[in-house]
Ligand binder design. Structure first.
Ligand SMILES: C[S@@+](CC[C@H](N)C(=O)[O-])C[C@H]1O[C@@H](n2cnc3c(N)ncnc32)[C@H](O)[C@@H]1O
Length: 244
């Protein structure tokens, strides 16, 4: 008897279903890539990992651990896809009085998209000088920019956020830096009480946010269970309970 003849009709169906799932996943991935490429052309920016091999040599893109990060838990550069990015901006609803910070801003994809909204200021914080240079170039040429962009080359835990009202994080670092930067933001609320909101994409250390009694989750999309294989697509949204 051949292997095929031994297979039960049930296992054939499972194999077909798995094949269909794989085909669909590939199609979605290609769709995301095409949508990202189209957005880059329309915006006039280059924020993918590697452009003509140049990006591939940037240490931030290789994700090397570095002494520049106090807790040495930096995550390698990867831009947020434009599908989630646009939806994230809708839920953060920036307005003219907002000051926007992207924590771990890489080549500036989030900064460039944010700066197309009218706000007071858009600021990126990034460890690696090469990525900062690239983000500044992108911010200078993005089409439809309405707000000035500053890029600060520093560890996020060393920055003064006392004017910040919107913060975004796309899985930029590990638990230690996440905990520390939330504390810095919280301290800034004592010196300048205000309402803030935070969008956290691929929220692997969301429990650190949940443990912070001064924060509450106000929205999320896609699976928020870290064991789900589509977890990387999720974004959660947090705000302070009251202006401290
Ligand atoms: C996953 S990428 C996100 C890039 C960008 N926010 C985006 O979504 O397009 C994370 C970025 O955070 C930067 N990063 C990691 N730890 C950092 C730290 N402690 N301070 C500043 N930037 C950091 C990394 O170098 C990397 O460029």
């Amino acid at each position: 008897m051949t292997d095929t003849a031994q297979q039960s009709p049930g296992s054939n169906k499972e194999a077909e279903a798995e094949e269909r799932r794989t085909f669909l996943e590939r199609a979605v991935r290609r769709g995301y890539m095409a949508w990202n490429a189209l957005n880059e052309i329309v915006l006039g920016v280059e924020t993918e990992y590697s452009v003509s091999g140049v990006g591939a040599r940037m240490p931030g893109i290789q994700g090397v651990e570095t002494d520049r990060s106090r807790y040495r838990d930096n995550v390698r550069y990867a831009p947020l896809d434009y599908v989630r990015l646009r939806r994230m901006m809708d839920l953060l609803a920036p307005g003219v009085d907002d000051v926007f910070y992207d924590l771990g801003s890489g080549r500036g994809r989030i900064l460039c998209t944010a700066a197309r909204h009218r706000m007071k200021r858009v600021v990126g914080i990034e460890l690696f000088e090469e990525l900062c240079v690239s983000a500044r170039e992108n911010a200078a040429r993005v089409r439809g920019r309405q707000t000035p962009v500053d890029v600060i080359c520093a560890d996020v835990v060393t920055v003064d956020y006392s004017d910040g009202t919107i913060f975004t994080l796309h899985l930029p670092f590990g638990e230690a830096t996440t905990r520390a930067v939330l504390q810095v933001i919280r301290d800034s609320l004592r010196t300048n009480p205000r309402n803030i909101r935070i969008g956290y994409a691929h929220p692997l250390y969301e429990y650190v946010f949940a443990e912070a009694s001064w924060l509450e989750k106000y929205a999320s999309f896609r699976p928020t269970d870290a064991t789900n294989k589509n977890f990387w697509r999720s974004v959660s949204f947090w705000r302070n309970k009251s202006a401290l």
